[in-house]
Design a protein around this ligand. Sequence first.
Ligand SMILES: [Zn+2]
Length: 116
Amino acid sequence: MRQDRYLSCASCQTRFLWTPAEQQDDAGPPLHCPACRRLLPAEGRRRGLVKFYSLRKQWGFITQPDGVELFFHRRALAAGETLPLHEGELVEYAVEPSPRGAQAVGLRRLALPGTP
Ligand SMILES: [Zn+2]
């Protein structure tokens, strides 16, 4: 019988509830509290800002938190994402090697709090 457990967030050390329902469909205890999970990228993914996107060329670059710029092609957009992408938009993506260097895949916009 599962019961409520309290876990400590690896980022902010806040104690948070891990409910029996969450314990059922989860691979293991989450490392981060719900607030941090909303702020942190999903496992294996990164976040960055669109540096630019050229509708004509159909590719652009993302500025990553470490300052390294990452190439992405229109094909990198996840299903449901629409063009154009605008400079400064927050995006989440995975990084995949390609013959011409690393590139973003599975790119999704993240809504900033307070924006529709
Ligand atoms: Zn936290």
